[in-house]
Design a protein around this ligand. Sequence first.
Ligand code: B12
Ligand code: SF4
Ligand code: SF4
Length: 396
Amino acid sequence: MNAEIKEAIRDEALRLGFDAVGFAPPRLAQEARAHLVEFLARGYHGDMGWLAARADERSDPQTLWPEARSVVVLGLNYAPEEDPLPALRRRERGVVSVYAQGRDYHDVIKARLKALAHWIDGRWPGALKLFVDTAPVMEKPLAAAAGLGWQGKHTNLVSRDFGSWLFLGEIYLALELPPDPAETDHCGACRRCLDVCPTAAFPAPYRLDARRCISYLTIEHKGHIDAELRPLIGNRIYGCDDCLAVCPWNKFARATPEPGFRPRTALAAPRLAELARLDDAGFRALFSGSPVKRIGRDRFLRNVLIAIGNSGDAALLPAAEARLDDASALVRAMAAWALQRLAAAPAAAAHRTARLAREENAAVRAEWHAGDKHGNRGLPTGGNHSYLQADEAEGS
Ligand code: B12
Ligand code: SF4
Ligand code: SF4
């Protein structure tokens, strides 16, 4: 009987538009907990204190919700139509990672999870809870246990059918259902994702030091970004897709049919100069319904100014100059950094003298002083992509 319920739930989930469905037991393997503890002990979570705060609940579904008897894991395909990596060469443009170019995936998945939960509850009434990246849940090990894929060396879930491009969501049920077989690791000797990472964020296969990950730096990290890492960020202004995009299993992926995940025109290849002009209202209007909205205008402009500083394009100098007196110290600091990378030495020195005479913020002052010491610190490569390096060698 329970096997029939499971198949009925699977059929309904597929009918509602989910692309992958699996069932896991309400317990995670001991290694998942051990790896989380190690990740936190090494400080790899940086300032994502919320990851550490409820680690016991995160690593054990039944500690989070003692009534849980099974977990339905759902995947939604968000594969792009085109390889996202060539956009990294257009340095006057910003690159928003694939997952954030369309509608906020939390909204899209949540609506479907609610519809599925409602359908289940209508047939087999009982307690249930639904999650998409909103509660202390380890979604990737749960998805692997439910047979949706395996955690690749880049730590994300890789699917035989959808490659790296699956969003995950879960429904915890008080109803006991037989689990599906877990998926096994198919990475083999491959290490493409490890080698491509622009910031060397993988201390070892299957281990990520989030503090070096561009996704963490541009989205989660609220403060100033270390000067050593800025040149490696290139023109990535929200998240990063490099390790996902190079995975050979993507050859089985098909572009998502979900209209909500298609890139908004404004986010497909936005001009840095235009983004640098955004005020608060403009930012909120441009990113309404997009996940980008949640980092706020100041953090977003911090990222845009880093990309401008990395552009090597003197035509973007006015865009940096225009932000030197911004109300946000986060923005002023990166405007100072970008300007000192792009401007000729005398022009940079004139701005430095004028700003240091009135700047009170210690971090912004430090940027001006650092520019004085190091001058223009040269152009970045912004990635370990052989085609990028070839282009640079040709001087294009
Ligand atoms: C925190 C977080 C981040 C952090 C940290 C990422 C990380 N890898 O932990 C940052 C901000 C960097 C991030 C970035 C991204 N994220 Co994120 N993130 C999360 C979140 C909220 C929690 C992940 C977590 O628990 N991390 C803690 C560590 C300990 O867990 P872990 O990665 O599973 O670590 C495992 C491995 O390291 C492994 N391990 C360790 N050692 C060893 C050794 C061996 C031999 C083996 C086999 C395994 C192994 O065991 C650990 C436990 O299972 C989840 C949602 C959720 N609630 O699960 C989304 C989530 C993982 N993110 C997601 C996405 C899409 C991204 C980005 C692609 C976004 C982007 N384009 O910029 C990047 C990818 C970067 C990357 N390479 O991971 C998706 C991934 C979907 C998928 N198919 O896997 C999730 C599931 C959100 C969702 N609902 O869809 N993210
Ligand atoms: S998302 Fe980018 S920076 Fe982060 S681990 Fe992957 S390749 Fe490295
Ligand atoms: S790129 Fe290679 S090593 Fe990385 S997740 Fe894909 S198959 Fe595994």
